[in-house]
Design a protein around this ligand. Structure first.
Ligand SMILES: *Cc1c(COP(=O)(O)O)cnc(C)c1O
Length: 397
């Protein structure tokens, strides 16, 4: 397996930039542009519609699903790519609710990413007045599990603070009460080792444009445990999830296994971009990533706490209870982050007061961490954030 100095050279990081936002949009592998260009010119251009068979376009959602499976501890033939994560959340919640027809409650926590909550709430409203999304504090989830709950839907790593849920323990407790579990791996896949099979997970979903470097708008994935695949009815019953899409039957019949979670035509160029990044990820051991990530995060926390006394750590101090990101709180967080970005350190801001930094060992090393700490120290010590132009909010923060 390549060392991290080798993998760093595989990514394009603009000169002079320290990119600590790979948790939001992963960096671009150098190989991606050529791979996508070949897909456009040699495949779409030369093969036209024959590319679906000849270039294997139609198999890519499951081929790539199997490659991602290794990173998240999933069995073969349990993951398919497509759509965006919001859509995959909807699919998982809809199938899971139907598998527990006597219960009407979806439980989540109020630290979950809003789109997951919005999608579940919207679906409950469609299902009828007796269905509801219930949210509790993240720390209260375990005690809130009860026999009236149909589905437990959680994101393993909190997008704001990096706090982690105990996937194995919560899955076991939920299942002992007859609850079906859905795990969102948006901040886990490519960030830390995940063991879906070992946790006996029911459903999982995730995206690829964060830690997995597939590029903006890259396809999401959905996992369905082997034992559920022929039971889970796909609510989004698109033609490519049909058992025989090219029979053009008038009646829908769900496809075999994970294929039924496909909806419509796959995004071939985005899948090509994902293939280019998976060519790197295929060589990586997630245990090595975890070790390096904890080291980088610990180093950043130590550096910031030693130099910036007005910033308060918002992430767990214990690296084993944290994802691959570090967040600090400050009332002027937005302006502080703008001042950092103006000086080449890219992180992001999450309302109301969180500045967030992602650590991605494939292309971030200790020198980057030290560079970021020294710029943050300068920004804080000299109040460099205190400028009107740093306080104007952009559309994307
Ligand atoms: C990033 C993220 C999303 C984004 O959903 P899209 O549909 O891909 O825009 C959803 N859920 C979680 C938990 C996320 O972290």
């Amino acid at each position: 397996m390549p060392d991290f100095a080798t993998t760093k050279a595989m990514f394009h990081i603009p000169k002079g930039m320290i990119y600590l936002d790979g948790n939001s949009l992963g960096a671009m592998p150098w190989a991606t542009a050529a791979k996508v260009e070949r897909t456009i010119t040699d495949e779409w251009g030369d093969m036209l519609i024959t590319g679906w068979n000849k270039a294997g376009w139609m198999n890519k959602p499951t081929d790539l699903g199997d490659r991602i499976a290794r990173l998240v501890g999933a069995e073969k033939n349990t993951i398919v790519m497509g759509d965006t994560l919001s859509i995959k959340v909807y699919q998982a919640v809809a199938s899971a609710l139907e598998m527990n027809p006597d219960r009407k409650i979806v439980l989540s926590d109020n630290g979950n990413f809003p789109t997951d909550l919005y999608m579940a709430d919207g679906l409950c409203k469609t299902m009828g007045d007796d269905y509801a999304l219930r949210t509790v504090e993240p720390e209260a989830v375990e005690d809130a599990l009860s026999e009236d709950i149909a589905v437990l839907m959680l994101t393993e790593v909190d997008y704001r603070t990096g706090r982690m849920h105990d996937m194995k323990a919560l899955t076991a407790k939920a299942q002992s009460l007859g609850i079906i579990t859905i795990w969102d791996l948006a901040h886990s896949a490519g960030a830390l080792p995940v063991d879906l099979a070992g946790c006996n997970a029911d459903f999982a979903v995730g995206c690829t444009y964060k830690y997995l470097n597939s590029g903006p708008g890259g396809p999401a994935f959905i996992y369905v445990a082997p034992r559920h695949q022929d039971v889970a009815r796909p609510a989004l019953s698109g033609w490519l999830g049909h058992d025989a899409p090219f029979a053009f039957d008038l009646d829908y019949r769900p496809g075999a296994g994970i294929e039924r979670m496909r909806v419509g035509t796959p995004p071939v160029f985005q899948l090509a971009a994902l293939e280019a990044s998976m060519d790197i990820w295929d060589q990586i051991d997630m245990q090595d990533i975890r070790k390096a990530s904890i080291n980088l995060c610990d180093r950043f926390i130590a550096g910031v706490e030693a130099t910036c006394p007005t910033l308060t750590l918002a992430s767990p101090r214990d690296g084993t209870k944290r994802g691959s990101q570090v967040s600090f709180r400050h009332a002027e967080g937005y302006a502080i982050m703008q001042a950092m970005i103006a000086r080449g350190v890219i992180g992001d801001f999450r309302a109301p007061n969180i500045i967030r930094f992602g650590f991605t060992p494939l292309y971030i090393n200790e020198a980057d961490v030290d560079g970021a700490v020294s710029i943050l120290k300068d920004v804080m010590e000299n109040d460099l954030w205190d400028k009107p132009e740093y306080k104007i909010k952009s559309r994307v923060t």
